[in-house]
Design a protein around this ligand. Structure first.
Ligand code: G3I
Length: 357
């Protein structure tokens, strides 16, 4: 009678043999720890980062899913009207497939990172195809190869003063609130298999404006689902602050339960922890970053609807440099799991513990 453990070990061995990149990864990365929790861990990346062989090895070890930090936004994909450049997204997708990673698309419709020609083109009559044809082309190009799409990004902002809490974007100005419905239906038609995500920030922290943001999000999602909009998941970006407003674990847990109650999946899509505003001591900053990440992920992962955690990058090396004063003081941002030399930081340990909890 073989034991269950022995059988599973044999199965894992067979899986190892089938997945060359697994054998090539000598260390257990966050991707392996996440899988044991039943979730996927990965990060945003850019093709210029892949030119660094040491970084590519760290990425292959740690990430089980990739998203494009900027190369799949419209400014990169459609630099001139009707002329598409998929090279950046295709490069990242090729790396993901080589290393047995999943891939997610960020983002189809946003108020930023649009090509310069778009604003004027949107003012023409019958402009709807500028939204729907773009989605059909891009989602069609990646059909069957993208696990989930951020169909719309950052569409809520209650402080913009609308009763429906929608952000006053160029899309809202041109098409009214229906642009969100148009976008999701176009994405659904272009790839029936992809998980369609509404991605935003503003629900994570515990301040009064975040209470309003959470209420507006639940209101937006419930009305959209009631209209038959094919939203399947909420993406919480997860941009936190180590020394600013903190996550209110109870408020966040109650909010996540309400999202799950709507039948939606939940993804953490852009997690990082800003360490500005704290002491200069690196060990103290790193520990504060780790603690903030752990407090957030403990709540996120307590909810069974959460299926993915992505950080907004893997290493501090590629973060935007700080202002000249901080540069002069040698204070570079330390927001991510790996340091500038790809060494694991306390945030890496905190995430590993959250995944294992
Ligand atoms: O375009 C150049 C490219 O030619 C060059 O090779 C490359 C490397 O130097 O840089 C590219 O420049 C900029 C790129 O960041 C570099 O990372 C782009 O012009 C610039 O638009 C882009 O900014 C991105 C920003 O979104 C706007 O798209 C940031 O990387 C990215 O971190 C930021 O991410 C957003 C999420 O999409 C949504 N949530 C908030 C988050 C942080 O702002």
């Amino acid at each position: 009678m073989i034991s269950r453990r022995f059988f599973l070990e044999q199965l894992a061995g067979a899986a190892t043999a089938l997945r060359p990149s697994f054998a090539a990864r000598v260390e257990t990365g966050l991707r392996d720890i996440a899988v044991r929790r039943g979730i996927v861990y990965g990060c945003a990346a850019a093709t210029y980062e892949l030119k660094d062989a040491a970084f590519s090895a760290a990425l292959a070890r740690e990430a089980g899913i990739l998203s494009a930090e900027y190369e799949m936004k419209r400014a990169a994909l459609e630099p001139s009207r009707g002329r598409y450049d998929f090279s950046g997204g295709d490069g990242l997708l090729a790396f993901a497939r080589t290393h047995g990673m999943a891939f997610r698309g960020h983002t189809l419709v946003w108020d930023h990172s649009n090509p310069p020609w778009l604003a004027d083109a949107l003012q023409q009559p019958n402009a709807e195809p500028l939204l729907t044809d773009y989605i059909a082309t891009v989602v069609g190009h990646y059909k069957g190869r993208v696990r989930s799409w951020d169909v719309v990004n950052e569409v809520l902002q209650p402080t913009d003063g609308r009763r429906d809490g929608l952000r006053d974007t160029l899309w809202l100005k041109r098409f009214g609130p229906g642009y969100i419905d148009m976008a999701f239906h176009a994405a659904r038609q272009a790839d029936p298999a992809a998980l369609l995500v509404y991605n935003d920030w503003g629900c994570e922290w515990g301040a009064p404006e975040n209470d309003r943001f959470r209420a507006a999000t639940l209101d937006f999602l419930s009305h959209a689902l009631a209209r038959g909009v094919p939203i399947q998941a909420l993406g919480l970006q997860g941009h936190l602050s180590a020394f600013g407003t903190q996550v209110d674990q109870k408020k966040l847990a109650v909010f996540l339960d309400a999202v799950r109650g709507m039948g939606l999946k939940i993804l953490v899509t852009e997690h990082d922890v800003d360490d500005s505003g704290g002491p200069s001591d690196i060990a103290l900053r790193d520990q504060a970053v780790a603690d903030a990440s752990r407090r957030f992920l403990d709540v996120m992962l307590d909810n069974p609807a959460t299926q993915a955690v992505l950080t907004w990058g893997l290493s501090d090396r590629f973060l935007d440099p700080p202002g000249w004063r901080d540069r002069l003081a040698g204070r570079y941002p330390r927001k991510l799991p790996l340091d500038r030399d790809y060494g694991r930081k306390p945030m890496w340990n905190a995430m590993a513990k959250a995944f294992r909890a």
